[in-house]
Ligand binder design. Structure first.
Ligand code: CTP
Ligand code: CA
Length: 225
């Protein structure tokens, strides 16, 4: 098939993709965030739409143009992302959690800007845990046969860490990226291994984020039958 043209093998399916990185506010002007660009999640959304799916893209702080033909739900925090994903997952055939969700958020939000004081050291920031959305979606399976996919960036023993995480989360597929030189956040390319709960291992060679997205949808389509 020519570049960009795909079989409509996801026609009639509703898929939910989360993308970007959550921001956890400290006060009206400051937040705790991360370096996720949203590019992999947007590539997943575009690719699924090109394969005929109805796509809900829950987008956390990504400065990227809305993909054509995709229903984009903008969110800021992990709590907002959870609400949007759970709502869209209710009738979804597949949920792909490509977003970088902050594990923790500041325990308190200051309604007014936090000001420095000449005679005082800064107060420490206390953090609390955010909900684990992937684990929740995996446990709930709002629709029977729903396929749930997670992403993980790992160092050291990448495959062993990935296997353990797949099990802990209870998802069907986990896309594991090795973090290191040349494999940086914000890049146009990616390289990964997709682990399946069925024991499968699908390596994806270094290449455009669309190629990894297509492999993910191939594996999802197989599982949807
Ligand atoms: N995830 C999520 N909710 C969270 C944290 C992570 O849904 N609160 C999802 C991510 O979107 C990703 C997957 O879980 O698809 C794995 O994220 P990762 O940060 O690797 O997992 P953690 O369980 O947070 O483990 P770690 O301590 O390694 O960060
Ligand atoms: Ca994490």
């Amino acid at each position: 098939l020519a570049r960009g043209v795909r079989e409509p093998d996801l026609a009639g399916r509703h898929v939910v993709v989360s993308a970007g990185g959550t921001r956890e506010p400290l006060d009206p002007v400051r937040f705790l965030g991360n370096r996720s660009s949203g590019k992999q999640g947007y590539a997943l959304a575009r690719t699924a739409a090109a394969r005929g799916a109805r796509v809900t893209l829950v987008a956390a702080n990504a400065s990227l143009p809305d993909p054509a033909g995709v229903d984009v739900v903008p969110v800021g925090t992990a709590v907002e992302l959870r609400e949007a994903v759970l709502r869209a997952a209710a009738d979804a055939d597949a949920v792909v959690m490509a977003a970088a969700v902050a594990d923790f958020r500041p325990a308190t939000y200051a309604a007014g800007k936090i000001k420095k004081k000449d005679d005082q050291e800064p107060a420490p920031v206390t953090l609390v845990r955010n909900p684990d959305i992937l684990a929740e979606v995996s446990a709930e399976r709002a629709r029977s046969g729903q396929v749930v996919v997670g992403f993980a960036a790992e160092t050291d023993d990448v495959l062993a860490n990935g296997r353990a995480k797949l099990k802990r989360k209870g998802c069907d597929l986990l896309v594991v990226n090795e973090v290191g030189e040349r494999k940086t956040f914000g890049s146009e390319e990616n390289e990964a291994v997709v682990l399946g709960a069925d024991g499968s291992e699908t390596p994806v060679a270094h290449g455009p984020k669309e190629a990894l997205a297509d492999t993910v949808w191939d594996l999802v389509a197989e599982r949807l039958g």
